[in-house]
Design a protein around this ligand. Structure first.
Ligand code: BDR
Ligand code: CA
Length: 316
């Protein structure tokens, strides 16, 4: 069998960076392109960070397309970003990696997505691990986009509790209208990897030691980014295991390689766009109380051992 093709939509970002490296370096995957979007930082920083990471692992052959600069219908996030908020602390503007020598592509990310799927003759899995602005914009530009994308695996949402507000996870909160459009668009196969799963796949300081000792650029950078994440989580958003952090976005890539790394249930998912306290909440109808038919496979659990093992084996 040939390699599994995928496109990653990112807002790189310390955990996006690990997802990019896993997708770019695993021999069973072919990363067709990376699209960037406003999210963890302004899109220009996310683009530069993506290029930095690809340069650092000698994969600057993978094309990077810059996308949307602001949410689909809002001028800004529900609450404008400020220096020193959780997202800023976890990611900063620039990743601590040498400036990129490679350049982004000329075209726009949304155009790249629409044209790639219009012309695709093989399955290309779409993996958005950022606010869903580019994906919703692709649907607005070309409603048939929903029929052309065979499978989506996205990081976003939360059932038990949020990370940006008590009820909302960052990627969905950052562009709730875009997320609502994506969940309602009729894509054939959406897998959602929310905080409920990523907080079960925690990476520890011991794991970081192992990753660093691999002696590869990807191992060293994953250790560096994850140690930084652990420091911030220890300070302001403690995890269930001391001195550990989720590396959310990379879990989506691990799932492409080892489906059993997450545990899935099919449910109807919608997004709250109006609530003062609940904007950006993913409403997951686990008890079938509403009228919506299941539109999504939702991950509620994850296998931390298999996840870390996948990182170590791929980066060795
Ligand atoms: C998600 O938000 C971003 O900060 C991370 O990169 C991840 O995609 C986690 O809530
Ligand atoms: Ca991300």
């Amino acid at each position: 069998m040939g390699k599994q093709k995928l496109i990653l939509d990112v807002d790189t970002g310390t955990d996006d960076a690990v997802a990019v490296m896993l997708a770019a370096l695993h021999p069973d995957l072919e990363l067709v392109g990376v699209t960037t979007v406003n999210g963890n930082a302004e899109v220009r920083y996310c683009t530069e960070n993506t290029l930095r990471v690809l340069d650092a692992i000698d994969r600057s052959d993978i094309p990077v397309f810059e996308g949307q600069r602001k949410p689909l219908v809002r001028d800004d996030f529900p609450v404008p970003r400020f220096d020193g908020d959780l997202t800023d602390k976890i990611h900063g503007k620039y990743l601590d990696v040498a400036p990129a020598s490679s350049k982004k592509q000329q075209g726009h990310a949304v155009e790249f997505l629409v044209e790639t799927y219009r012309n695709a003759s093989e399955e290309i899995i779409l993996v958005p691990v950022a606010p869903l602005t580019n994906i919703a914009a692709a649907l607005v530009a070309e409603p048939k986009f929903a029929d052309w994308v065979p499978r989506i695996v996205l990081m976003g949402g939360a059932h038990l509790h949020g990370n940006t507000t008590p009820s909302a996870e960052f990627n969905i909160w950052a562009d709730p209208e875009a997320a609502r459009i994506v969940f309602a668009a009729g894509f054939a196969d959406i897998t959602m990897v929310p905080l409920d799963a990523t907080h079960k796949a925690l990476v520890t300081l011991d794991d970081c030691k192992k990753l660093r000792s691999l002696g590869t650029a990807a191992g060293r950078l994953t250790a560096q980014f994850t140690e930084h994440r652990i420091g911030v989580h220890d300070e302001i958003q403690r995890m269930d295991i001391a001195h550990s952090a989720p590396v959310h976005d990379a879990l989506c890539i691990a799932h492409l390689l080892h489906p059993e790394v997450i545990t899935l249930e099919e449910h109807h998912v919608d997004v709250e766009c109006e609530g003062r306290l609940t904007v950006g909440q993913t409403v997951i109808d686990t008890r079938k109380r509403g009228r919506g038919q299941p539109n999504c496979k939702v991950a509620f659990d994850a296998d931390a051992g298999l996840f870390v093992d996948t990182l170590i084996k791929t980066f060795s």
